[in-house]
Write a protein that binds this ligand. Structure first.
Ligand code: ZN
Length: 329
């Protein structure tokens, strides 16, 4: 089949993305389970960060390689022929790439739209509230909705919005409510809603290997543990109050949670482990900050820059171009 220059470039980019994603995905699938198990031995916020990086690595890595290596080699070395032949194999792989992105984008956008609708409904039906004392410092817009639903959730990517049901407000003591809100604030501080949305928008790792699910579940678990630890901040009293709040909210019958909202209970099958951690004699302590994100980002950019400088040599680009030529045919 013959295609004009730009559609052919798009076709090659998608096919290359799919193949590199597959190769990186195979590697990540091999270490997903051991990594999720190993997470239990390190601090929860570090474990959550590692699992998130592994979950996003195939898609982000493949996209970077396409943009930094394949596109320049094609644009510089491919003469601008008005049309050229593209093989059936390349076309088929590009279609798989389109399907993969289509599925994940639809999943992420549907979840985001569902959460947005849910928050809007809470804002329409609920009453904007000012929380007393320490809770007012949370700097979060808060809505109280009437009813006995076990609802305590934090929504929003740019601006935090907290919704609580009247039932939860009356069921929790002021100390338990304060601990629960500190937990939600910890989710906000670590931008967990944004991370949740990134996971939903990113293509799954391998269709039948279950590694995306393992890493996603692991990330959610450690993100909850990390938020618990930050909320408790080393105080046995707050630890006990948060455990009591979790048990009380769990006792109120639960609805299905919209997937891009942080809810107090998180995954309900993880509840026993969380309560157990909180009630241990030594309460989880406030963790010292890991390497500053800006430092980590600078290191990654430096490595990517060196890699790009090494690859963007005429010889290396020529080899990539030859490989792409084989792919096209
Ligand atoms: Zn939570």
């Amino acid at each position: 089949m013959t295609l004009p220059y730009l559609p052919r470039l798009l076709c090659i980019s998608l096919a290359t993305f799919f193949l590199i994603h597959l190769a990186l995905g195979l590697g990540v699938s091999l270490i997903a389970r051991p990594a999720a198990r190993l997470g239990e031995r390190i601090r929860p916020h570090l474990a959550a960060r590692c699992l998130l990086v592994l979950r996003l690595l195939p898609a982000v890595g493949a996209a970077l390689i396409v943009v930094v290596v394949c596109l320049p080699s094609y644009l510089w070395l491919e003469p601008e022929a008005p049309t050229e032949r593209v093989g059936f194999g390349c076309l088929a792989v590009a279609l798989l790439g389109i399907a993969m992105w289509g599925i994940s984008l639809a999943r992420g956008l549907r979840a985001a739209a569902g959460s947005r609708r849910f928050l809007r409904q809470c804002q329409r039906e609920g009453r904007r509230a000012r929380l007393p004392g320490e809770l007012a410092n949370a700097c979060m817009d808060t809505w109280i909705v009437e009813g006995t639903a076990p609802l305590l959730a934090l929504g929003g990517i740019v601006r935090p919005r907290l919704v609580i049901s009247r039932g939860v407000v009356s069921a929790l003591s002021p100390e338990e409510l304060a601990a629960a809100l500190r937990h939600e604030r910890a989710h906000w501080t670590s931008r967990d809603n944004l991370k949740r949305l990134c996971i939903l928008l990113t293509p799954g790792i391998l269709p039948f290997a279950g590694s995306s699910r393992t890493l996603g579940r692991g990330w959610r678990k450690f993100a909850e543990w990390a938020a618990d630890d930050r909320a408790v901040d080393g105080s046995a009293r707050r630890s006990f109050a948060l455990a009591a709040a979790l048990v009380r909210v769990a006792r109120m019958s639960a609805d299905a949670p919209p997937s891009s909202l942080a809810r107090l209970l998180g995954d309900t099958d993880q509840l026993a482990a969380r309560v157990d951690r909180l009630l241990r004699p030594a309460p989880p302590s406030q963790l010292p900050a890991g390497p500053r994100p800006i430092l980590a980002l600078s290191a990654i950019l430096l490595m990517a820059g060196s890699l790009a400088a090494a690859i963007l040599q005429p010889d290396a680009l020529y080899s990539v171009h030859l490989a792409l030529e084989h792919l096209v045919e």
